[in-house]
Design a protein around this ligand. Structure first.
Ligand code: MN
Length: 152
């Protein structure tokens, strides 16, 4: 989904989340593509898994969180693209706003893409908590499975 949808859902004068106009991350941090997992205490707790791709953060909501155990599939529902600077966001989205609740960075790091197809992505995460090769597989509409294949 596009950044237009991200913008359309938010009132930037009412939420501390970064606006797409804010400056992107500094170049010094950019030797690899970034990934981030944000723990989001919204109406229902979930983990937002985001991968830097094509200048934005491709995003999936993972209700049960990303597993560290190879083969353990987790549902990941694709949500709207987020601007790159969102990767550093932690804070509280006020009541009445889209995604109201607190956001904390659960893990972050860089990743390298191993294989990119229309309906599947294979990549290696190098985070603090998550390390290894993972696959995201689109099985129906916005629904994907996210799982670890192996330690690397
Ligand atoms: Mn969320």
């Amino acid at each position: 989904m596009t950044l237009e949808k991200y913008r359309a859902k938010r009132k930037f004068n009412k939420t501390p989340e970064p606006s797409p106009l804010a400056k992107a991350l500094g170049d010094k941090q950019r030797d690899g593509k970034i990934f981030v997992v944000q723990k989001h205490h919204a109406r229902a707790l979930h983990y937002d898994f985001r991968l830097e791709m094509d200048g934005v953060l491709k995003s999936w909501a993972v209700p049960k969180g990303v597993s560290k155990k190879p083969g353990e599939k987790r549902l990941a529902v694709m949500t709207e693209d987020h601007p790159l600077e969102y990767a550093a966001f932690e804070g509280v989205i006020p009541e009445g706003n889209y995604g109201a609740g607190s956001v904390e960075v659960w893990d972050k790091g860089i990743y390298s893409m191993v294989e990119k197809k229309e309906k599947s992505l294979k990549f290696i995460l190098k985070g603090e908590k998550l390390r290894g090769e993972y696959i995201l597989f689109n099985f129906k509409d916005r629904n994907w499975f996210l799982f670890k294949t192996m330690y690397v």
